[in-house]
Design a binder for this molecule. Sequence first.
Ligand SMILES: *Cc1c(COP(=O)(O)O)cnc(C)c1O
Length: 225
Amino acid sequence: MAGRLADLDARISAAAREAGRDPATLTRIVVTKFHPAGLVERLHGLGVRDVGENRQQELTAKRAELPDLDGLRWHFIGQVQTKKARAVRAAADAVHSVDRDRLADALHAADPDGVPLEVFVQVNLTDDPARGGAAPGDVVRLADHIATRCPSLRLRGVMAVAPLSGAPAAAFERLAASAQAVRTVVPDAAWISAGMSGDFADAIAAGATHLRIGTAITGPRPAHG
Ligand SMILES: *Cc1c(COP(=O)(O)O)cnc(C)c1O
C-alpha cells in the first residue's frame, strides 16, 4: 500500500503541475469505506491524516476503535439520513454531503455551541434527483441558509461526484461554476471536493482542492452486504 500511496501522490503532483497549480494546496483524502479499522491505522502510519467514510455506522465504529491516532481527520462523504445527523456530527470532522436545509439544520441542532463543523454543499451533477446532492439551481440558496441559520456549521465549499456517463471534465466545470456562485454569498467558501481514483486529474484541472481517493490507494474494497 505504501507503494500505491506514493505512486498516487506522484500522479496528483504531476496533474497539479500540468494544470499550473501548486500540489501543496491539495488535500488528498483516502476513502477507507468497507475496509477494517486496521487499514486506517496502517494508513496513519504512512502519514495519512485525512480519511473518508460514507456510512454513519461504519464511521462511528471505526472512530471509536481508533481513538488515539494523532491528527487524523474523518471526512463524511456519504448520504445522510436526517435522523443520523447527530451521530454523524459526533464522529465527523467534516461533512461533504450537505444537500438540504433539513440536514443542515439537524447537523447544527446536534451541537449548536460546539466546535464548528466544516461542511460542503453537495451538488448533484446528474439529471437523476435520487442521486445525492442539491440541484445546481438550489445551491446558492442552500449555502445562504447554512451561513445565516446554522452558525455552528462552517461552510467551506462544494462537493460532487461526476456522473457515471459523460465526460467528467465537463461535469467538474459545472461544479466550478457552482463554487463561484457560492462564493458570492460566502466569500471564503473556497474549497472544491471532487475527484476519485478514475477522474482526479480532470478534477484538479477544474480547480478541486480536496480529492477523495479510494481504490487507487487501498486496492479493491472488500465485499459488503
Ligand atoms: C467511494 C467514494 C469515493 C472513492 O472512490 P474510488 O473510485 O475508490 O477512488 C469518492 N467519493 C465518494 C463520494 C465515494 O463514495
